[in-house]
Design a protein around this ligand. Structure first.
Ligand code: SAM
Length: 332
């Protein structure tokens, strides 16, 4: 499916043709392939490994990470508006820090991303910005970068959270899941752990690593592996749990086998749209990654349809806790 922002940009292929472009966090659709067919020299930077892998499947090279590495300057940057303002600010800081003064910037976004209220602050930040086009509920804004120093570390926020008898001290970055707070579902899970979580443990979709941080403080499992595709969250997880193994991944095949526990508050959104695909794949593949007698511990919104896939994949499934919003499943 082609994202509406890409449809708007396709109206400007004649301007972009033959240019050396930097694409920052683009949707994983056919726009980059179209741009390549127009003779563009593409550099694609992505903070989400899900999208990066989908673009790679289309034969495109993608740089994945939390912050842009220095490289040859592009003739133009295409930036997609992020709904979270602090994340959007981080991306602009990154571009201003890593690209030369005067680099042309095109900012594109859907109405619901808040693009329309971006014009004024962008003008203030960069001295100039104008609307170039509007269509399909999207807006395209043109500006030029002003150079300004910044580092990823400047955006880190330190937090302290009390949960189930532990004090967690941790760091977070804009754009990550539940930035700066412990998600209510994750809190519910930690408050209802059915037994000690020990041995070889995988935290699937670890975010900044709060479930793992709790487990480490409470039970000191023999080995703690965190798997997460969001590069900003992973950067936090590595700071929050320097002794654990934090891996970039999008599927269980990216994690080790022979696990005693898989613990997860799995994602149910991909790029604003609701999707249970990741959780269903986790449930289906978990038994092959667990040692005999191993357990999958999940927290999810009550309305999500996980009970029957869990029963199909595991011998025993218990609901160890539930409230009007969440349910904690233990499958073994
Ligand atoms: C509901 S959040 C939970 C985060 C963290 N465990 C917590 O409790 O705060 C789900 C996490 O799954 C990550 N995620 C998204 N796609 C994924 C995938 N394909 N495989 C694993 N994790 C994924 C998201 O980036 C997000 O950090």
């Amino acid at each position: 499916m082609t994202a509406p922002e890409s449809r708007l940009l396709e109206r400007h292929l004649h301007t972009l043709a033959g240019q050396r472009l930097l694409l920052v966090n683009p949707p994983a659709d056919e726009l980059p392939t179209r741009l390549r067919a127009e003779g563009c020299d593409l550099r694609i930077f992505h903070q989400d490994l899900n999208a990066a892998r989908q673009l790679e499947q289309r034969g495109l090279a993608v740089e994945y990470g939390p912050w842009l590495a220095p490289a040859e300057a592009p003739q133009r940057v295409l930036l997609w508006q992020m709904k979270a303002r602090a994340w959007h600010a981080l991306l602009l800081d990154m571009l201003q820090a890593e690209l030369p003064e005067g680099t042309p910037l095109w900012l594109v976004g859907e109405k619901r991303s808040g693009i329309q209220s971006s014009l004024k602050p962008l003008k203030k930040r960069l001295g100039q910005a104008e609307v170039l086009d509007k269509a399909r509920h999207c807006t395209l804004i043109a500006s030029r970068l002003q150079a300004a120093p910044s580092r990823l570390e400047d955006h880190l926020q330190s937090q302290q959270t009390e949960v189930a008898g532990e004090t967690l001290r941790w760091q977070s970055l804009p754009g990550v899941f539940a930035h700066g707070r412990l998600d209510a579902g994750s809190r519910f899970l930690l408050e209802h752990l059915p037994r000690p979580v020990e041995g070889q443990v995988l935290d699937y979709g670890a975010g900044v690593g709060l479930l793992s941080l709790y487990l480490q403080q409470r039970f000191q499992p023999q080995r703690l592996v965190l798997l997460e595709p969001d590069a900003l969250a992973l950067a936090c997880a590595r700071r929050n749990l320097p002794q654990a193994h934090a891996l970039a991944g999008t599927r269980l095949a990216d994690a080790p086998n022979g696990l005693d526990w898989i613990i997860s508050n799995p994602p149910f959104h991909q790029r604003q749209a609701q999707s249970v695909d990741v959780a269903l794949a986790l449930i289906e593949q978990a038994p092959a990654h667990l040692r005999a007698g191993g357990r999958l511990l999940l927290v999810a919104n009550r309305f999500l349809p996980y009970h029957s896939p869990l029963s199909a994949a595991f011998q025993q499934v218990d609901i160890v806790a539930e409230n009007p919003q969440y349910r904690v499943y233990l499958a073994q």
